[in-house]
Each structure stands twice: as structure tokens, then as C-alpha cells.
Write a protein that binds this ligand. Structure first.
Ligand code: GDD
Ligand code: MN
Length: 366
């Protein structure tokens, strides 16, 4: 029988290489949500394992299953945002596609939102009594998650016990009021939402136990940590800069260190060849900057193979212009205000700004 009932609840499931989890998850949802009008949207970033194809196949069997198949893009937060925006339901949940989130909690979460019209958000928390990270996280990750949680709580003034959770349910109207403020890049959309809502939201928490992953593997990597730290910086600066900008500047600072270390090293061999030594140092620093930006800042569009080499060459070109701008600006300032530190800093900043804008348009154009 075909049902044309509109959904009261949309489940948004971001996926990357979760093909074998798709059917088991929908089966579990059907059992858990019996009697509720719901639908599910998988937001898949063109997973090489064919997750999107699997969801389309399932969608032909079950009309309440659909997929947003994104091409040339990567990122958990951005995927969640698009999934939520695609829903027509008044209430939307986000949960992982790997069966680590306890779908039986959805009923309780929905009931809380229906019972209290003032309530904006329900978080499934591992850190309230009755909840836990179970065996779903290694002790190292558990520690990292705890540190991140206390940082987010202190620096972003969040009161929720588990702002790192990827499992929550939000009223669509409330989500709409913060969406323009959210960062697309990164892994921690809940922390970002809580910060964007600036304490105005009424939230409620339900306990859940994080399950162990059955199929596939976690996409959490060291880049996620840097993205999270950048998210904190973005929020502390009132959201005027992006995560990408902060990452680019951090990589730039690392390049400064590389430059000085290599300069010192080469001078050890060629003590009377300063210009040559500095040239080697600068090219090395541009190269490490390119590699780090490609892996971190532009993880979502990182270049491989021939494109990697083309990108490297274009990055050298961009940075060379940046260096000329740096020297020009610094010299001009120094002529007016003879303060070497000020002139040097402004020059370097303008050069870095140019590098950021130009490389995003040329080297990592989307
Ligand atoms: N579309 C899309 N794009 N989905 C992604 C991407 C991406 O770039 N990266 C990860 N996902 C999907 C995964 O396929 C999975 O369904 C879900 O997002 C969570 O990713 P995992 O790789 O399983 O993350 P985790 O288990 O290490 O981390 C989970 O627990 C953390 C709490 O410690 C997530 O729920 C985190 O959000 C949460 O903070
Ligand atoms: Mn997981």
C-alpha cells in the first residue's frame, strides 16, 4: 500500500562508505518508529563503496527512503545541514549511519519535542546518568572526546553535557534561525549549533549508550581535531572568519617555522650563500604548506595524482605573487612608520591573505 502521509519526523543520516549499514539501519528504524509518520534521507558524499546506489535501490522498495547524492564535496557538518534543509517535516533528527546510535531513543526524543512546544533541541547524550560511550570508542578517543567536551563547554559557554554527540533531534523552525551562522566544514555540527544559538535554546538530554561499529570504519582522523580547534576559534571571534581561513593561517605559521629551520640547516652547509639558502627554505616551506593545506584545509577537495602536481605549481605561482605583495606592502609601511615589526607583520598578513584568496580560486577551485 502506498501511503501519502506527510512525515512528522525526518531522520537525516550522513554517510560515507556505509553501504552494508543502510538496510540494517532502515530495518531498525522501521521497528523503532512503528506508528510514527517518518522518512529518512541519507546524505552521501559519493562514497566509493556505492552507498548512494544501495539507498536508491532501497528507495524503490520503500518510498520513505531517499538519498541526497553529493558529488565533489566532503564533510559531515555540511551533509547534515543539507539533509535537514531537504526535509518537509517539522522535526528532524540527525544520526550516524553506522548503527552506533541507539535508534530506540528516537521515540523518547520525539515525545519530548511534541510535549513541550518551547523545546528547541533534544540531545542524545553519553554523559548523563544512564548513558555512556560503551565500547564504541577506544580509550584514546574517549579521552579526546572528554577534552573536546570540556573545551567546548568552557570556551563556547555550552551547558549541554555532550556537545560532541552526533545524535540529536531539532525543531526545524529553530534550526532555520541558526542555519545561516553554521560552519559547513567540520565534524561537530551540534557544538556549532549550540554556540550559534547563544544560550537562547531550550534543550533536553536523553541518555544513550554508544554502540560498537559493526561494518566499515570511522572517518574520524587528526584533521577532525584541527577542524574542531578551528571551530572554537571561529566561535570565539564571533564567526567573522571561517574554519578554512583559520586552518590556512595555522598552516602558514607552520610554514614560517619550516622556513627558519631549513634556512638554519642549509646555512650550516653553505655559510656564505644566504640568498640560495633562503630560496631553498622558501620553496620547502611553500611545498609543506601546499601538502598540509591539501590534506587539512582543503581536505574536502584535496588534489591527487596529476592534479596534485598541477596544484603544487599553481600554489608556487600564487605564493610568489603573495611574497611580492608582502614585500611591497611592508616596504611602503616602513617608509611611513619606521617600525620593522609592524611593517613586517602587516606585510606578512597581506601576503597570507592574498595566498588564501588566490589559492582558493586557483589551486583548490571547487
Ligand atoms: N556525507 C558524509 N560526508 N558523511 C560522513 C562524512 C563525510 O565527509 N564523514 C563521516 N560521515 C558519516 C559516516 O558515514 C557516519 O555515518 C557518520 O558520519 C559518523 O561518522 P563516523 O566516522 O562513524 O564517526 P565516529 O563514530 O568516529 O564519530 C561519531 O561519534 C562522535 C562522538 O564521539 C560521530 O557521531 C561524531 O559526530 C561524534 O562526535
Ligand atoms: Mn561511527
Amino acid at each position: 500500500m502506498i501511503s501519502h502521509k506527510f512525515p512528522d519526523l525526518t531522520i537525516v543520516v550522513p554517510t560515507f562508505n556505509e553501504r552494508d549499514n543502510v538496510r540494517p539501519l532502515v530495518d531498525l528504524l522501521e521497528t523503532a518508529l512503528a506508528g510514527i509518520a517518518w522518512d529518512v534521507v541519507f546524505v552521501d558524499d559519493d562514497s566509493p563503496d556505492g552507498t548512494a546506489k544501495e539507498v536508491r535501490a532501497l528507495g524503490r522498495e520503500k518510498s520513505f527512503v531517499r538519498v541526497i547524492h553529493r558529488i565533489g564535496r566532503r564533510g559531515l557538518s555540511g551533509a547534515c545541514i543539507e539533509g535537514i534543509l531537504s526535509s518537509i517535516a517539522p522535526i528532524v533528527a540527525v544520526m550516524d549511519g553506522d548503527l552506533q546510535h541507539d535508534e530506540t531513543k528516537l521515540v523518547e526524543m520525539l515525545a519530548a519535542l511534541k510535549a513541550d512546544p518551547e523545546l528547541d533541541l533534544v540531545i542524545a547524550s553519553r554523559n548523563v546518568s544512564g548513558g555512556s560511550s560503551g565500547t564504541g570508542l577506544s580509550s584514546m578517543r574517549k579521552w579526546g572526546s572528554d577534552v573536546a567536551t570540556s573545551m567546548a563547554r568552557k570556551m563556547l559557554k555550552i551547558t549541554a553535557t555532550d556537545p560532541m554527540s552526533g545524535f540529536f533531534m531539532v525543531r526545524r523552525e529553530s534550526f532555520n534561525s541558526v542555519v545561516l551562522n553554521l560552519q559547513q566544514q567540520g565534524f561537530k555540527i551540534l557544538a556549532d549549533m549550540l554556540s550559534a544559538s547563544a544560550g537562547r535554546w531550550k534543550t533536553h538530554e536523553v541518555a544513550f549508550t554508544f554502540r560498537e561499529r559493526q561494518h566499515g570504519e570511522s572517518k574520524m582522523d587528526s584533521a577532525v581535531t584541527f577542524e574542531f580547534l578551528s571551530l572554537l576559534a571561529v566561535r570565539m571571534t564571533g564567526g567573522v572568519v571561517s574554519i578554512r581561513f583559520i586552518l590556512f593561517m595555522l598552516v602558514g605559521l607552520s610554514g614560517l617555522a619550516v622556513n627558519l629551520i631549513v634556512l638554519r640547516f642549509v646555512l650550516g652547509f653553505l655559510p656564505d650563500q644566504f640568498a640560495l639558502s633562503q630560496t631553498v627554505a622558501v620553496v620547502t616551506a611553500m611545498t609543506t604548506n601546499f601538502i598540509l593545506n591539501n590534506a587539512l584545509t582543503y581536505k574536502d577537495r584535496s588534489l591527487h595524482g596529476a592534479a596534485f602536481l598541477r596544484g603544487l605549481l599553481s600554489f608556487y605561482g600564487v605564493c610568489s605573487v603573495g611574497a611580492v605583495a608582502n614585500i611591497g606592502v611592508a616596504t611602503a609601511i616602513f617608509a611611513v612608520v619606521p617600525n620593522w615589526a609592524l611593517a613586517g607583520f602587516v606585510g606578512a598578513f597581506i601576503g597570507a591573505l592574498w595566498n588564501f584568496v588566490a589559492s582558493s580560486l586557483v589551486t583548490w577551485k571547487s
